[in-house]
Ligand binder design. Sequence first.
Ligand SMILES: C[S@@+](CC[C@H](N)C(=O)[O-])C[C@H]1O[C@@H](n2cnc3c(N)ncnc32)[C@H](O)[C@@H]1O
Length: 287
Amino acid sequence: MSVTPAALGRAVPYLRCPVCGGGLRLTGPGVECERGHSFDRARHGQLTLLGPRGRRFPGDSADQVLARERVLASGAFDAVAEALVRAAGDALAGVGHPVILDAGAGTGFYLDRVVDGLGDALGIGTELSVAAARRLARVNPAVAALVADTWDGLPLADGCLDLVQVVFAPRNAAEFARVLRPGGTLVVAVPGPGHLEPLRTEAGMLTPAADKAGRLDADLAGPFALDRVRVVDAVVGVPASVAVDLALMGPSGVHLDRAGVSGRVGPAERPVRIHVEVRSYRRSLQE
Ligand SMILES: C[S@@+](CC[C@H](N)C(=O)[O-])C[C@H]1O[C@@H](n2cnc3c(N)ncnc32)[C@H](O)[C@@H]1O
């Protein structure tokens, strides 16, 4: 007999059918809407809610996900997690049982920390990568894992969320505005110009677009107003193996190979700059 993870059961009232937009109800193997569109839960616990166009892009590969998991386990990004926990705590002070979404949540590392930091929250994580969603499904009993495409319309009801966070993942401003309640908070983590240097240059990784923060503000203008910026800027020492994983876990991983990066990185522990902006935006009060 399959048992629905508790968080998925709690999340169902906030979900909507990716085909017709109707509400969903739990069935034995998954969920279905009134029109009979049904979606099964996978063995690992994640629920796939892709629309009629299906999966047009696989998301991160299993190798990228494994590399990311090792990097995050090393503690190199703990300061980013702490900034996200503070951003959520400030935004949700006094809000009982908040419901939060992490869009493009990866392995769920940050969502786990944020949900634990809040104590009584329900976390919903969306991912396109099946390898990531499998980990997300097990990261925290208060997290429901969905396979969904941020660009294809989120399978979530209008105005149902208290907070959306997006960490180095695709942003769909119109969808985030739709699913957030008026006055809700969007927290976005973006790399600063010095992020991952000097490794980035030495390993041949892609350079983040210039003025990412300014462009982000412009993209979000309208429904969102900037509330607060937290800057994480620290140099951490990482073993050579983690430095290689750092180079391979992100977009650069698609065009770099492990042997080549290992040769450029060398065998010694290395200093790496973690330079990240955690930007909090308030959703306007108008619908
Ligand atoms: C750079 S990783 C960041 C993962 C996670 N937020 C973290 O920081 O650990 C970007 C993630 O976004 C996912 N992704 C890419 N395109 C997506 C889309 N259209 N919808 C949902 N997830 C997507 C990838 O599979 C990947 O896990």
